[in-house]
Design a protein around this ligand. Structure first.
Ligand SMILES: Cc1ncc(C[n+]2csc(CCOP(=O)(O)OP(=O)(O)O)c2C)c(N)n1
Ligand code: SF4
Ligand SMILES: [Mg+2]
Length: 351
């Protein structure tokens, strides 16, 4: 059996959010992942974020590739649209779906194998095109589903469960996303829900290419001494740049900070991100400073987490292509196919 359906029992005392759904309505099937797998904590954080943001589940499209991580959309948002693509091809399918209907919230879920090996080209182009999406990589440094081979994000010198030392240089998806033009870039840890939930909420409110790399330990194949993606390693080397509070337009602001301790960034949908600085020299609106800060800390074996970069004035691919405001599935035949005369005129203009 590859999945287990959850019984649909709703206790009458469960709290409903502003669109009338309880947290239970944002769950999916029962997970078949290994007990303790980091990926399940990420599913729980996505459920929490969507419920708290009052997002109607049928307004979300979840897309993924192949891997244990890519199986997880089955375990959250059971009433949303879903598409499990071919290995590494999630970004192009997501881009196409987004161009056809920009009114849904696009959630791309992938693994380090899915995005940093076979799907690296697709990952790169989705980032550089500024597709409006939340792109999550559940990064465990191995191909969990095919029994624990090193993935392209495994650190040089890290050890496999059987003691083999990885000699290849790692692909750092956060560094790539920064370089390629993603406008919201974060790294987090599946074991830090307090950091993860606001980061996901901020990405949902962002309005452009939002990328979150989440270190998500594989308890079956990469949670031993010598791994740099284990629970112990990440807890011991986690260097968080900030704590963020995500505030929607309608939220009452209850937090207060002394001047200099906090940066506020207002996003396109009116939501704001309040950064409590944990590192006084960190500026989350400077793309190149973020890159060099991260590289310097990484060289010391530290895992820098938090919201590393955000451009609040972002635009997305639809703006760049000047597409129709009306989703394609709501246009009539006359608009979708304006006839031979219009086509002739267009062809003539291109001669
Ligand atoms: C075209 C193709 N090549 C190879 C595979 C075999 N395969 C399945 S999952 C996977 C890697 C998954 O790794 P990752 O994306 O890191 O997910 P994880 O299981 O670690 O969460 C591979 C190589 C496949 N399914 N399709
Ligand atoms: S093999 Fe690893 S990644 Fe896959 S479910 Fe088990 S712990 Fe998670
Ligand atoms: Mg993996």
């Amino acid at each position: 059996m590859t999945y287990l359906t959850k019984p649909k029992l709703h206790h009458p005392s469960l709290t409903a959010n502003k669109v009338g759904y309880t947290r239970r309505d944002y769950e999916g099937k029962i997970s078949t992942l290994c007990a303790g797998c980091g990926h399940d904590s990420i599913s729980a954080a996505i459920i929490q974020a969507c419920w708290e943001l009052d997002i109607a589940p049928h307004r979300v499209a979840k897309l993924s590739g192949i891997g244990c991580s890519s199986k997880t959309p089955d375990y959250f948002l059971g009433a949303s649209h879903g598409f499990n693509t071919v290995h590494g091809r999630m970004p192009s399918v997501l881009t196409g779906a987004n161009l056809a209907n920009h009114e849904l919230l696009y959630l791309g879920v992938s693994g380090d194998g899915d995005s940093a090996s076979i799907g690296l080209g697709q990952f790169a182009h989705a980032m550089r095109r500024g597709v409006n999406m939340v792109y999550i990589v559940e990064n465990n440094g191995v191909y969990g589903l095919t029994k624990g081979q090193f993935s392209a994000t495994a650190d040089q010198g890290s050890k496999s469960k059987k003691g083999v030392v990885n000699s290849d240089s790692p692909v750092d998806l956060v560094a790539l996303a920064l370089q390629l033009g993603a406008s919201y870039v974060a790294r987090s840890f599946s074991g830090d829900k307090a950091q993860l939930v606001p980061l996901i909420k901020g990405a949902i409110g962002h309005g452009g290419a939002a990328f979150i790399d989440i270190i998500s330990p594989c308890v079956a194949f990469n949670n031993h001494a010598g791994s740099t993606k284990s629970y112990d390693y990440v807890r011991e080397h986690n260097e968080s740049v900030s704590r963020i509070d995500f505030i929607t337009e309608r939220d009452e602001i209850t937090t207060s900070y002394a001047p200099g301790e906090m940066i506020e960034v207002v996003q396109h949908d009116g939501s704001s991100l309040r950064f409590r600085k944990l590192q006084s020299d960190y500026d989350p609106t400077d793309r190149y400073a973020a890159l060099s800060y991260m590289n310097a800390h990484q060289a010391r074996g530290e895992v820098v987490t938090g919201l590393l970069y955000v451009d609040p004035l972002v635009t997305d691919l639809h703006v760049a292509l000047n597409t129709s405001d009306t989703p394609l599935n709501q246009l009539g035949a006359a608009q979708l196919c304006p006839g031979a005369r219009v086509l002739d005129k267009l062809n003539t203009s291109l001669r």
